[in-house]
Design a protein around this ligand. Structure first.
Ligand SMILES: *Cc1c(COP(=O)(O)O)cnc(C)c1O
Length: 366
């Protein structure tokens, strides 16, 4: 027997979700975004499971990329923030990592490094998110210098990132696309035929008109919707992570008594309260409010009182018999992580990504 807090990771759900991305963008190749340990799902296991269904992988750092390579994963890995030093460029070149260039300093480092193999270079253009990417005349300068460098392969790819593709009705995405088109036009004929990459999950699911050669879905492949509102395609995604545990105590709490640290939940009637072996030390958000949904024996119940480090309490007065050992789902199948996140003032992305190591993962499927 071991502590029952665990994550189930459904590898078949991953391929189901990638098939949705493929169907949405049949003419694009897929870069699966596996940064931050595959959004908390386990990068190596995820990479192995999706290997036949995607075209490339993307991460944020050379350490994350090497972690995949050292596990025998052979696909090209794209470094989304580029290299942080000239020596990383050598590692990238030796390991078939594709590299984003988002400022002139990175371009200069490429020019100055001695490399045995040229690198596949991705030029990132800032079209309005104002986080990373070249702007104005620097776009042309970076473009020309990358094209001229012997350290760059001849397959320069132009990319940008969307700030609000999760907001379907907002014109900002359209503005970003026109600014991308303009930036490419500014490069003139030299940019003819170059490939492009634009779409994150929100754009793949919500902005089907945006055409690009390479899509970069992240959160959707883990079965989490990028949208706050219900969405007709996102609702077909299957959650990959299921966070679950078990009831380890059941008690009666008389009307007027309180539960948990700080006495923040008070029983309005004589209540039955179950204690569950999972807490903020297991990645469950401490700021989840009273009333946050929790599934006990598959039935929706409400969080009662503050989340402790290793435990939380649930009001199970209305769901019939509840016993020690009964199954509890905190999010996953039957309970959308985005709904739980909304009770904790955050989004599903954060909850799945920040899962701590102490919660073991069990991989299912494949
Ligand atoms: C994280 C990331 C993505 C994936 O975004 P999702 O919203 O998870 O689909 C795509 N592109 C870049 C540059 C990213 O940093």
């Amino acid at each position: 027997m071991s502590r029952p807090a665990k994550m189930l990771i459904d590898l078949d759900a991953l391929t189901h979700n990638i098939a949705i991305a493929r169907k949405q963008s049949p003419n694009s190749r897929i870069i699966a975004v596996l940064k931050a340990n595959a959004y908390g799902h386990g990068a190596i296991e995820v990479a192995n499971a999706i290997d036949p269904s995607v075209d490339m992988l993307a991460v944020s750092s050379i350490e994350e990329a090497l972690h995949l390579r050292n596990a025998g994963i052979e696909k090209t890995v794209l470094l989304l923030e580029g290299c942080f030093s000239g020596s990383e460029l050598v590692v990238a070149s030796n390991n078939d990592f594709a590299v984003v260039f988002h400022n002139l300093e990175q371009v200069e480092a490429l020019e100055q490094q001695a490399l045995e193999q040229p690198i596949s270079c991705w030029l990132k253009i800032d079209t309005g998110m104002h986080r990373l990417g070249l702007q104005g005349d620097d776009i042309t300068a970076a473009f020309e210098r990358l094209q001229a460098s012997a350290n760059s392969k001849n397959d320069l790819i132009l990319m940008t990132h969307l700030a609000s593709s999760d907001l379907i009705a907002q014109p900002f995405t359209t503005q970003q696309i026109s600014s991308f088109v303009q930036a490419i036009a500014q490069l003139g004929e030299r940019a003819n035929g170059l490939q492009t990459s634009i779409c994150n999950s929100g754009a793949v699911l919500g902005w089907q008109d945006i055409q690009c050669d390479w899509i970069r879905p992240g959160i959707m492949i883990y079965g989490v919707s990028p949208f706050a509102q219900e969405h007709k395609i996102a609702k077909d995604l299957k959650p990959v992570m299921c966070l679950q545990s078990e009831v380890i105590a059941v008690r009666t709490v008389p009307a007027g008594d309180c539960v948990g640290y700080g006495n923040t939940w008070q029983a309005e009637r004589d209540s039955k309260v179950a204690t569950v072996a999972i807490g903020y030390g297991d990645g469950y958000p401490r700021n989840a409010k009273n009333g946050t949904p929790v599934l006990v024996n598959g039935k929706r119940c409400k969080l009662a009182g503050r989340v402790s480090m290793d435990m939380l309490s649930v009001d199970v007065t209305e769901i019939g018999s509840v016993n020690i050992g009964d199954k509890v789902v905190l999010w996953g199948s039957g309970l959308d992580v985005n709904e739980v996140a909304s009770y904790a003032d955050t989004i599903g992305y954060e909850l799945v990504t920040r899962m701590p190591l102490r919660v073991p993962k069990t991989y299912l499927g494949k």
